[in-house]
Design a protein around this ligand. Sequence first.
Ligand SMILES: Cc1cc2nc3c(=O)[nH]c(=O)nc-3n(C[C@H](O)[C@H](O)[C@H](O)COP(=O)(O)OP(=O)(O)OC[C@H]3O[C@@H](n4cnc5c(N)ncnc54)[C@H](O)[C@@H]3O)c2cc1C
Length: 815
Amino acid sequence: MAGQRTVIIGAGVVGAALADELSALGWSDITVLDQGDLPATGGSTSHAPGLVFQASGSKVLTELATYTVEKFVDLQHEGESCFLQVGGLEVATTPERLAELHRRHGWLTSWGVEAEVVGPERCVELHPLVDRELVLGGLWCPTDGLAKAVWAVDAQIERARARGVVFHGRHEVTDITVEDGKVTAVVTDRGAFPADVVVSCAGIWGPKVAALVGLGLPLTPLAHQLAWTSAIPGSEGQAQEAVRPILRHQESGLYYRDNHEGLGIGYYHHEPMPYDATDIRSMEEADATGHMPSVLEFTPEDFEPAWTETQRLLPATNDAKVEEGINGLFSFTTDGMPLLGESREVRGFWVAEAVWVTHSAGVGRAVAEWIAQGHCSSWDIHECDVNRFEQYQVAPDYVLERDCQNFREVYDILHPLQPMDSPRNVRLSPFFSREQELDAFFLPANGWERPHWYGANAGLLERYDVPTPNDWAARYWDPIVGAEAKATREGVAMYDMTALKRIDVTGPGAAEFLQGLCTNDVDKSVGAVVYTLLLDVDGGIRSDITVARLGRDHYQVGANGELDIDWFERHLPADGTVQVADITPGTCCIGLWGPKARDVLAAVTDADMTNDGLKYFRAKRLTIGNVPATAWRLSYVGELGWEIYTTADLGQRLWDTIWQAGQEHGIIAAGRGAFNSLRLEKGYRSFGGDMTNEHDPYEAGLGFAVKLDKGDFIGRDALIERKANQKRTLACLTIDSTEDVVLGKEPVLAGGRPVGYVTSAAYGYTIEKGIAYAWLPLEVAEVGTELEIGYFDKRVKAVVTAEPLFDPTMTRLRG
Ligand SMILES: Cc1cc2nc3c(=O)[nH]c(=O)nc-3n(C[C@H](O)[C@H](O)[C@H](O)COP(=O)(O)OP(=O)(O)OC[C@H]3O[C@@H](n4cnc5c(N)ncnc54)[C@H](O)[C@@H]3O)c2cc1C
């Protein structure tokens, strides 16, 4: 493809993979610059021991890893494969970890990777160094193994070179030229390279390179200990580099790999050792000292607990010693995910950073597709998008604290709802002090403290019987959740909806602009509210949003997050007729829902809130007490009521006004736990969990939000094609057992065979059944089909059920 001069900064395992993949897609005029010598440049890749475990709770991380495995197995370096497929074994020495291994096994099954949980004997058979008496079991994944990272760099460089990619070692990038908000050239100590696309694959130097274009990157280099032992008795003279599987002992933050007759040992349980990217040793210093830039001096005192534990787990090491070690630098991010994509601020400046060897080839592929085709067609990578962060999340102190915490937690057992301990109370809604008074249990959402339930509602438990789920599902849960859900259906409740992103789209071109992005028709009369999807060019769902037309040239959008703003900004017309503004921080929202919601509001507004005064999916301005507000008549909990918006300064006043008026109707404040249960009873999907870029609206059950005949919109053509080829669907499963509440990401099995995975799940307190939405092939998605859900080491019975489970005739919402 001509005309796009591309410069990749960094020829580590990520830069090399990108050059290979991009050139394979026919992209030409690619130059790769690295300050070090090729292929062992002195970056993290040069000393990575190369363990590739594919298990992850993140579907895309497993997919990127699986692609990397498959590519490296076939990738040849001087006649040898770049992957030693010795398998991967994760062992448990406590019942809690064994349960976690079952959960991890569930993830692998969900994402299509074969693995099994094995007993202690089999663990020892697979890895004879392991002490049989210590282990309770293991997770065995035969396709895991060791990536020969530097070989993989070399082999991918060779392939890319054969397609015309130019590589320059010993070229340090010292500047990037930006004109009119767009990159134009990369400047090195040996001259400048004109560029239309610049991709920083600079790993631990990422923040330094990003700073050249004025960007802050939420990434911290941290040192991680890696040691190599002398010969292990019984392995002396082992000619093959690795015969035993790679091994993880996560309870102690340890991993192991064979190294001929010795072992390589990696350790994570030392205190985090963050390092400033600008302090990393220069190439001159590296040359002078003989130490690679990414290698810090080994600190044996930090490694002592690792060695003691190693001798316990692998008794044969008692007769060996640690011969050498490093404190090696690699990248951590605030949420543990890579940073991929084009900067929002500087066009043409891309990053592919915070990527492990494990995911490197997949990331190369994903970013190559994104650059060459405008989107990644192989996987849904929105979780990795560099533009996903809120502003506060790129503040240096936040980044440092979170990155260190992610280092600490890298092998921890993390509950899906587990909040971060710190920093907390970052974003507070105007209702916060009132919620505290009601003894709210808060969990963070987009940085906002959001009530999950309220201790003040404990008295409801005298009225409602709420079943207790299993131990795991009962974490970050309280029976009050169920009581709040039931009370919402019977009376009236206030929900703090402030954490959801709100965007103003204004200007004379606003309607046309949104029409070009939305699947639904949003060019409606003032006051109309429309649920719609945003699609990518391939027809995959980018987001689901709610659009209210508040004026001829004014829309308010209820969105999912920063990526929606990014998408909008990338498509703004050049003529300045549309403006996009994030109004979330300056506004707030209460969801007032329940059969008595109208009685409450009637007492504090003169506005006509009857069915005729404000119909379902309409919005209008009104005054509530002293508070000017906007009410949108819709509800994700499936009850009569409104989302009520006002500015942040008036938020507390709004809360107090509604709260006081609600007293005689028994109003409660209710939390997200109840909300989630009620939403699933109504079958309302949530972007990111239930559907992502890889799904289209029809398979997701959202065809009602697509108006193909309204005119063109992004993704329309692709969607027409996809519509004719449906093979899977987002199905509703119910579970009779009150105890077996699943939480999401579990595998679904038909006749014992994995067929899909759970997206989101909750107990339905009104319908008195467990609910699990799941992606399934059409042939097993017929209503009435009996299936099983893999939950830890259990199989939970579930049945495909017609949806929505609650109020299918919509009488409550329209009432
Ligand atoms: C001790 C240790 C053990 C690890 N173990 C594993 C493991 O078992 N499995 C696994 O998957 N991952 C592991 N990792 C992580 C993994 O090594 C890294 O995440 C990965 O190698 C990063 O690759 P990269 O290409 O992004 O970075 P790098 O390999 O660091 O490449 C970045 C390149 O950018 C170049 N560069 C930077 N700035 C400039 C500039 N201004 N001008 C020109 N060039 C520049 C550098 O010279 C470098 O070559 C480990 C890391 C460490 C430190």
